[in-house]
Design a protein around this ligand. Structure first.
Ligand SMILES: [Fe+2]
Length: 196
């Protein structure tokens, strides 16, 4: 699993490095969508004070990241342009279960954790390999945020489970299933000059 993930990321890297403006525009859209999903989660779950508080903080941080990536893009002569969508996130969210509100929320949080983990891997590689030092620093710094967000989403999912009488093992099993599906999804998608 780990080996195949590494190989996939190695194949992705040169594609991602082929067009910095396209990569930055996609990355900016990712940060903006991360902020809006945080807003969506706090809107849909007003009875979960821990979720609301965590999402307020996350939405602020992701929106600040959006501003920073957008500035890096425009300073280099790029324009954000329309969001062409993210088949990876869309595909992953199709695996999130419907059902009881707590189950839906747990799946949504676990999917978010996996997106953060994948973004971490890719931003880390960009931080190590992007030829522009200023952008390499930005990618490396944002990679560290993604690692932190990934861990936050998993612990939020476990806390939601505990509040709703769902066993922690059930959350861990679900995370394992979604991790496998996420890996298969990434393998099945074409490589793009984009974060995912
Ligand atoms: Fe994030």
């Amino acid at each position: 699993m780990r080996a195949s993930k590494t190989t996939r990321e190695e194949a992705w890297l040169p594609v991602a490095l082929s067009d910095t403006l396209a990569l930055l525009a996609d990355h900016a859209h990712c940060e903006k969508k991360a902020a809006s999903s945080a807003m969506m989660l706090m809107t849909r779950h007003p009875d979960e004070p821990e979720i609301v508080a965590a999402m307020v903080e996350l939405a602020r941080e992701e929106l600040a990241h959006f501003g920073e990536v957008h500035a890096a893009l425009t300073q280099r002569g790029g324009v954000l342009g329309p969001d062409r969508g993210d088949p990876y996130v869309q595909g992953l969210l199709r695996h999130a279960r419907n059902g009881a509100v707590a189950v839906q929320l747990i799946d949504r949080l676990l999917c978010a954790a996996l997106v953060e983990a994948r973004s971490f891997e890719r931003l880390r590689l960009l931080g190590e390999h992007h030829p522009e030092p200023e952008l390499a620093e930005l990618f490396a710094r944002f990679a560290r945020s993604e690692a932190r967000h990934g861990a936050t989403f998993v612990s939020l999912a476990r806390n939601v489970a505990a509040r709703h009488g769902i066993e922690r093992a059930e959350v861990d099993d679900r995370l394992e299933v979604l991790t496998r599906l996420e890996g298969e999804l990434v393998e099945s998608l074409p490589l793009r000059c984009a974060i995912h």
